[in-house]
Design a protein around this ligand. Sequence first.
Ligand SMILES: Nc1nc2c(ncn2[C@@H]2O[C@H](COP(=O)(O)OP(=O)(O)OP(=O)(O)O)[C@@H](O)[C@H]2O)c(=O)[nH]1
Ligand SMILES: [Mg+2]
Length: 443
Amino acid sequence: MEGNQRSNFVTSHSLITHPLRKAKKKTRIRYYVTLEYFVSQCPGVAEYANARLSQYQAMLVEEDNTIAVTDKNRDSIIHSVVNDSLRPWMWKYRFWLMCDIALIVADKSTIEKVQEDMQRYLNKRQQAVLGVLVSNLFTDETIPQRLLFAEGLIHQFRLNRRFTAQQELRILITANMSAGKSTLINALIGKQVARTSQEACTANLHFYLNKPFEDGSVHLRATQLNLSSTYKDLMNPRKIGSGNIASHFRSFVHSDPPSRICLIDTPGVNSATNREHGILTRKALIEEQYDKLIYVLNANQLGTDEEIRYLKYISEKVPRNKVVFVLNKLDDFKSADDSITTSIEGVKNDLLHLGYEDPIVYPISAYFSLLIKMKQNNEFLTEDEQDEYDYYVKKFSRVEYDLSVYLNTFTVPSQATEDEQLALAVRCGLYGLENILYGGSDR
Ligand SMILES: Nc1nc2c(ncn2[C@@H]2O[C@H](COP(=O)(O)OP(=O)(O)OP(=O)(O)O)[C@@H](O)[C@H]2O)c(=O)[nH]1
Ligand SMILES: [Mg+2]
């Protein structure tokens, strides 16, 4: 996916509070027909615009209720929505319509072209006010009083615009099998979007992209575009292939606008039965573009030959300042048998031997991190997940499991005293990692 197509793929768009929901059925149908007409007139309207139109269609038109549009009646239908002299109280519709078109096509010159098309139906004074709306979409100034009735849609457009104007921060995640790469991706996103398993699991590259705000939908671009993919779709490797998945990332580190991020999940490199996994990931390390690489170490399997070999490979192939080392699964440690300090020091020692100067190792529990975010967002937890969550809350309240003490890269946010989930995110290592990845002072 390139350019515009990629930007459209990561835009958020919520129709839940759309003003037309309250309109009469006949009006909704006419509105949809008009929307479809203007969008279809745009050059290069692609799969994305059509997928969005289907969502509008689902909201506005009941299945058995479409009007046959002909060259004869089209103009009068458009007129009735854009400027109906018999129903002057409907003047707001053309503004909502313009916002909807802008949200779908996004591109400035295309929006201006639609504006020109629409002006044919308006007098000079009406044209001027429409112009105020269009220019308002492209600023961040206070919305004028007379356009406040379209505030929700204008706001969505502006958020998308500011979000997509940013450069994408690309982060590739790599490790041996089952270190918790996909779980860490779920933790960073705060949702179960990547498939995880105790067995060799991720078999392809998967690209997870942030969206500017939560609109409740996960976009999947595999062989086809799907703007409302389900959990079942996402867990089906055949459906995903080497796909792109876009969803709003729930993060403890906020910026305005939220960072435009792409997390690249890769297969584990040491599978003996699936040697192609290692080949694929090594190829991606060379060919993909990324700003940072997260190397995940499984704290339960440290210092194996396979680990040292892969660390050496990374140290030779990837610029050192790009690599962030994460020590995962620390929730599994038992304070009587295992020492977090010794494990971190052991990893640091290996890294020093490979030539990394003063390496930082981020200790974490990716699994608990995910549960924290799910809980924070009132998501359903299974009985097992709820039990594990309760157990980890207790465990991580103990002083020896406060993973934030191993880092001096950030200061604990003051809100953590009142916000239980934020405090837990700090203690389980998630906050420190998010901070260094996309909020930290080194960016
Ligand atoms: N206890 C614990 N288990 C974890 C953690 N992170 C991952 N796991 C478990 O480890 C197993 C492997 O996790 P995945 O996220 O699928 O690992 P992966 O690195 O993506 O594996 P591949 O894609 O096969 O290379 C799963 O059973 C996870 O539930 C963690 O922080 N704590
Ligand atoms: Mg995986």
